[in-house]
Design a binder for this molecule. Sequence first.
Ligand SMILES: NC(=O)c1ccc[n+]([C@@H]2O[C@H](COP(=O)([O-])OP(=O)(O)OC[C@H]3O[C@@H](n4cnc5c(N)ncnc54)[C@H](O)[C@@H]3O)[C@@H](O)[C@H]2O)c1
Length: 265
Amino acid sequence: MGCGFIGTTIGGAVEQMEEIEAINLIDLDYEAAVRLSSKLSKSVVFMSTEVELLIKASDLVIEAASHTAVEEIVPMVVEHGKDVMIMSVGALVDDDLWSDIKHKARKNSCKVYIPSGAISGIDGIVSGSMADLECVTLTVRKPPRGLSLPPELHHLSESLKDPTGPVVLFEGKAREAVRMFPRNVNVAATVSLAGIGFDRTMVKVIADPNVQRNIQRIDVRGRFGEMQLQMENQPSTSNPRTSYMAPLSAIAVIKKIVYGINIGN
Ligand SMILES: NC(=O)c1ccc[n+]([C@@H]2O[C@H](COP(=O)([O-])OP(=O)(O)OC[C@H]3O[C@@H](n4cnc5c(N)ncnc54)[C@H](O)[C@@H]3O)[C@@H](O)[C@H]2O)c1
């Protein structure tokens, strides 16, 4: 669901897996689904009005579309007892939505997969959270062209076209960061869900003209000890907001599901 950069990269990888019988495609933009379908021999295109048909025809629904798709479609997927993978993780900042998805998934014995996406170190945060975690801080540093500004920061858009140095756009709770940068900080949501939640995870977002890649740093402290981790992610060529690592992580989870080998927690 969603045939943009992530959906297209996943489709190409899944096409190579003999165990996968069919790849069902759906996109609000029908042409995007048809374009991707033309590259995949075992694909079937559904109209955007045929969401329920697509769900019934699939064993695993992979959302790589938008927050709205998570809100409107993911509860329907688990209600039908089908497994789901969520990429637009920021939507889960809505506590009621997340509770509803978890409740329906448990009731209908289906699985919800949230890949690490563009961030690494999620394994360490999840393991560390089995004892007390004191603090989790995520710092996201991106080239200005890779950031969409929220309305309250539009006054910075001119200066960000040709900035002379790094500009701190946000510093505060993950809950607020996800609201302000829904397309940019899905990773803040993943880190929050893995560790100490949206209100205790702290986030800093920096537009930095001196970097070419999406740089994410995680600092974690807890009873396990401390972890510092820095990623330098290559942005995709077709969508500079999305790091190449995001679809790679989804493909890694699909391989775990298909081949049953789980490495890492
Ligand atoms: N988890 C992560 O680390 C991570 C990283 C990057 C991006 N993302 C998220 O993953 C999603 C996909 O990213 P992308 O780079 O492939 O985006 P993209 O813009 O390249 O593609 C998104 C596609 O989804 C389609 N779409 C949007 N809403 C839809 C809906 N309700 N139903 C069906 N199709 C719909 C669009 O028409 C578009 O073709 C985005 O929400 C993005 O924020 C997550």
